[in-house]
Design a protein around this ligand. Sequence first.
Ligand code: BEZ
Ligand code: FE2
Length: 406
Amino acid sequence: MKIINPDTILSPSHLLTGQAIAFDTIIHAIAPLDELKSSYPDAEIIQLGKNSLVMPGLINPHVHLEFSANKTDLAYGSFLPWLNSVIQHRDELINGCDNSCMKKATDAMLESGITAFGAVSSYGLDLEAAAESAQKVVFFNELIGSQAQMADMLFSDFLTRLDASEQIQREGFYPAVAIHSPYSVHPILIKRALEIAKSRKLLLSAHFMESLAEREWLDKNEGDFKAFFNDFLKQSSALTSAEAFLELFNAHPTLMTHVVHANERELKLLSEGGHTVIHCPVSNRLLGNGAIDLDALESHHINWICGTDGLSSNYKLDLFEEMKIALFMHSETPLLPLAKQLIESATVNAAKALNLNSGEIAVGKDADMLVMQLDAAPNEQLALHLILHHYPINTIFINGKPVKGA
Ligand code: BEZ
Ligand code: FE2
């Protein structure tokens, strides 16, 4: 048992002072130091200095490790030119990102306080890097393919990757399923994958309503996707409507990424289905997709959390940076409540969505904790200051084990 005694604890919903934390792999007690010392007389005491803060590790629910080699190859500004540039540079990006490149990405996430992440894996090439990372991992094996004649081949490749991820025997590694999007996956494939996810009790994720192009294609078979589907895939109409797509996920709460262009009816379905929205502000800005309406999510009582997306649509994998961009993107939203929501989204709310026993400094939770160094005693605007100032993270614990510092 260890007892850590900081100046302040951020739970993340409450600020606690005069309290220490007794933990091994999980948090056993939170109480004044003297009480914990008498309950656990043999515990090692970690006494932290002035202006120290302990808060939960951050959880990044959406990253594409396999695209970590991108820095300047992809075309930013609008969705279809970006997608075409991904297709054009796919091979060099994928071949240019070996295990060490992906390890750099997982290490960078750790350095910035991310103690758990959801890796969306297109090819399974990131399995080793994800499995060997220090963090908890939900490993989303992604299914993509809109052409019926390719369905069997694509599904068997998906199953092979899923099975390989299920062979990984390490604590805190959770195989899962991702459906790429309503426009890129044949409904037959979606149904087959959902059956697997249900029977194996696996988490599900999908991209949904990321771009205006997706909206126009699914609604009207028009817009920027029209030429793309005609030229590359010889398709003149969408395979599903957005609503029919969502209905497939009815009985299975799913992490829906982006959701920038969802309409009222779809928001209602997302709410009724208990789905969580992953908001990736940097990615949305760089791909010209606009800003999600957070008020609409709130009024439908939809849980939303914040993710980085991959380096294919971001310049770093850092949730503090992501939260800062969100703060400025949603410039009409009251500042301090948004800062607090962002901190909760990146901790307790993300843990709920990813089924992790972490994201909170609370008894019974896994001891996934950041030890931060503030430069003054925190006040009621701490959430905002945390997002603005990138305070140093001196030590990181995952399951009570120091994985950085200490
Ligand atoms: C496909 O594999 O069918 C596909 C991939 C990306 C966008 C659209 C379709
Ligand atoms: Fe993504």
